[in-house]
Write a protein that binds this ligand. Structure first.
Ligand SMILES: *[C@@H]1O[C@H](CO)[C@@H](O)[C@H](O)[C@H]1NC(C)=O
Ligand SMILES: *[C@@H]1O[C@H](CO)[C@@H](O)[C@H](O)[C@H]1NC(C)=O
Ligand SMILES: *[C@@H]1O[C@H](CO)[C@@H](O)[C@H](O)[C@H]1NC(C)=O
Length: 341
């Protein structure tokens, strides 16, 4: 069906708010409704309507924001567009944590985006910590089926009493099911939401081989479609979180995004088969005995080395990620950098 451009624009605007949250029936909020600057305030730029925000890393500072409240379970989400071009050493993180309250036994759920040299794609890392389990990192790394610097994609963390699901757009990419054996390693205390951009030159890209090059600054990451759909805790209330949140808990547990239908589970396995490049579950060098929450799939495990890294990188994905327009000279430089990486 053909529509005039004007009509198409009108439809786009009308559907914008709904389309942004399609699949997840949740409302988006403005930045100031749910968040406040955390550091590098001068490098935090709100959109004119206040519903989107850019965080910048330049020579002087990174930046970050934090939710104004603590949450106990829910769906936490943002559409994120990552900085393009040369981003080695740059890390963008979207995560939940209570590390500022519980120094020794904090909980944490992470999406971390690790920048790269030009022509090589961003990698995503997810991680789960509970009750200070920092010596038991549960990292997984993935490539992406799209270029995350071209347009925004939605990244979501679902955290309930029984499960954690990381989503990219509507695709679940990782599920952590709570089991008794996991004990305190399953996050169990109220957390805040954070988004940050910072210089991680010492480790982010090829173990620190490639540093942030400020010739390409500022590095800008866009956040929009902000969702804090969880049980917001009233700090004055003396009731424990579980009691304050009973109603919200039931609503979250019944929501679409909390249920992994067979179709969604298939989509998750497909994603993992195609894009996962590292998992702690197959890292026998670090963890000779896999953790109780690991779902060991033998046919999948064969594709990984005992360091947890994929034996052969998924080349098809890498090819798709290369920028289309490039000069010959530059691609030779890139080829050299890739050979070195
Ligand atoms: C979305 O959620 C609201 C309540 O939060 C509910 O009234 C509405 O029916 C839901 N819509 C769909 C399509 O599930
Ligand atoms: C959390 O860690 C503390 C020690 O730091 C310990 O006393 C407590 O039992 C742990 N809680 C759980 C649920 O494992
Ligand atoms: C969450 O689960 C724990 C045990 O698994 C239980 O003690 C607690 O009451 C539950 N909390 C809520 C809010 O359902």
């Amino acid at each position: 069906m053909m529509t005039s451009p004007a009509a198409a624009v009108a439809i786009f605007i009308a559907l914008g708010a709904i389309a942004a949250t399609a699949g997840f029936n949740v409302t988006t909020i403005s930045f100031d409704e749910g968040y406040a600057p955390l550091f590098g305030e001068r490098n935090i730029v709100r959109s004119p309507d206040g519903r989107a925000v850019q965080i910048l890393l330049n020579l002087y500072s990174g930046s970050g924001f934090i939710s104004s409240d603590l949450y106990y379970h829910g769906l936490f989400s943002a559409s994120i567009k990552l900085p393009s071009d040369y981003t080695a050493g740059v890390v963008v993180a979207f995560y939940m944590s209570n590390g500022d309250i519980f120094e020794k036994n904090h909980d944490e759920l992470d999406f971390e985006f690790l920048g790269n040299i030009r022509g090589k794609e961003w990698r995503i890392q997810t991680n789960v910590y509970g009750n200070g389990s920092t010596s038991r990192g549960r990292e997984e790394r993935y490539l992406l089926p799209f270029n995350p610097t071209v347009e925004a994609h939605r990244y979501s963390i679902l955290w309930t009493n029984s499960t954690i699901i990381f989503y990219i757009d509507e695709i679940p990419i990782r599920e952590v099911v709570r089991s008794g054996a996991m004990d305190g390693d399953f996050p169990s205390k109220p957390m805040s939401l954070y988004a940050t951009i910072w210089d991680a030159s010492t480790w982010a890209t090829s173990g620190g081989r490639y540093k942030v090059d400020y010739k390409y600054a500022p590095f800008v990451s866009d956040f929009s479609d902000l969702v804090l759909h969880g049980c917001r805790l009233d700090p004055i209330q003396q009731l424990p979180a579980a009691e304050q949140c009973r109603e919200a808990e039931a609503e979250i547990a019944a929501a679409d995004f909390s249920l992994l239908s067979p179709e969604k589970r298939d989509a998750m396995l497909r994603f993992r088969r195609q894009y996962m490049t590292y998992t702690f579950c197959y890292d026998e060098l670090r963890y000779p005995v896999p953790f109780p929450d690991c779902n060991i799939i033998e046919s999948e495990k064969e594709k990984f080395q005992n360091s947890g890294h994929l034996r052969s990188p998924p080349r098809a994905a890498a090819r798709r990620q290369r920028p289309r327009r490039r000069t010959r000279g530059r691609s030779r430089v890139d080829a050299k950098q890739q050979a070195d990486a």
